[in-house]
Ligand binder design. Structure first.
Ligand SMILES: O=C(O)CCC(=O)C(=O)O
Ligand SMILES: [Fe+2]
Length: 339
């Protein structure tokens, strides 16, 4: 695969290269500021004050660091380890999980949908796997090596499923949705799915001319990010300025997805973020994200629309292919849906 060339320290091929520096207004010798990211203690989310902190963070920025989330740090380490071991396998072993050109699952670069528009590609590769519901798993893409990969992912994703449902409940409570904790859950649960994205970013000798992931918001409901324990790279846009997201090894970064922004009638914001590359070191991250059912209509929950809070978004049909299109063209479903 092409990105493997980069591991040898070569410059990325032309299709990955931005002609302008990715930070034109920024002196590259001055590092970007570190983000002060609100920390939410999940064990205390029953307390009204912690719920209010959650609501306030998601309304202003759309992301929080979650601690006490119920996933042991040893399991998080094992998730990072099995992916590192997978990446270190001989190419022919990794190719067994290779994504088909027009498919979504498996290992490789993302599917391309806007063939006519010249776009710069992301200098990264991903292993995408649907983890829930179990009958949607496509086991042929699940690595058989390392031998415990499947077991570790299964364990991690079931823990995240519990956290996901609890988070949607807490989010509904934080908006006083008529004391109905399951309002968000009911809107997406049936037919919805959860998938894992194992992201790999090679080192890049010209980090001001290539990106691991271009600026985007997530076309998800909720995204949980397990970051690399050592190498930074994630940045978020806040008040039109890029900030570095700090590494907190045992915490998970939670992002509001575009569909949750729509369902919350804009109460929660889906943040724009990107991944920059490191000149010497490779980086990885593991994302667990939830998605609505293909074809369902997403719209603001009734309980969040009122005389004082008019409806901000029209109904939009969820489609994976549309989401990929938004990503490549640098647009967002939230902009399309805005009234
Ligand atoms: O690698 C990261 O830290 C972020 C990954 C990300 O934004 C994504 O997978 O959508
Ligand atoms: Fe993302």
């Amino acid at each position: 695969m092409e990105y493997e060339l980069a591991i040898t320290g070569r410059n990325p091929p032309a299709k990955y290269v931005y002609t302008n520096s990715i930070n034109p207004s920024q002196d590259p010798s001055i590092p970007l500021p570190l983000l002060e990211i609100p920390v939410i203690d999940f064990a205390h989310l029953v307390a009204p004050s912690e719920l209010e902190r959650l609501r306030s963070a998601l309304s202003s920025y759309g992301y929080v660091m979650v601690t006490n989330h119920g996933v042991e740090s040893s399991l998080m380490d094992r998730v990072r380890l099995v992916f590192k071991q997978f990446l270190a396998l001989p190419m022919e072993e990794r190719l067994k999980c290779q994504k088909e050109a027009d498919g979504f699952e498996g290992f490789g670069s993302d599917m391309m949908v806007t063939k006519d528009v010249p776009v710069v590609h992301d200098f990264s590769a991903r292993l995408r796997l649907t983890t829930w519901p179990e009958d949607k798993r496509q086991m042929k893409y699940w690595p058989e090596q390392p031998h415990d990969f499947r077991e570790v992912l299964d364990e991690y994703s079931s823990k995240l499923l519990v956290l996901h449902d609890a988070t949607l409940g807490a989010m509904a409570r934080s908006l006083s949705l008529d004391d109905d904790d399951s309002a968000f859950l009911n809107a997406v649960r049936e037919g919805g799915s959860i998938s894992a994205r194992f992201n790999f970013y090679p080192p890049c000798p010209t980090p001001d001319r290539a990106l691991g992931l271009k600026p985007h918001s997530d076309g998800t409901v909720i995204t949980y990010l397990l970051q690399d324990g050592e190498v930074e790279g994630l940045q978020v846009l806040k008040d039109e300025q890029w900030f570095r997201v700090p590494i907190v090894p045992d915490a998970l970064v939670l992002h509001v997805g575009d569909h949750l922004e729509i369902m919350s009638n804009g109460e929660f914001k889906s943040p724009v973020h990107r991944v920059v590359l490191n000149p010497e070191r490779q980086r990885m991250s593991v994302v667990i994200a939830s998605f609505p059912e293909e074809g369902i209509q997403i719209e603001p929950l009734e309980g969040l629309v009122s005389g004082e809070k008019p409806r901000l978004y029209r109904q939009v049909k969820y489609s994976v292919v549309d989401q990929v299109g938004y990503y490549w063209s640098g647009t967002r479903v939230t902009d399309d849906a805005r009234i």
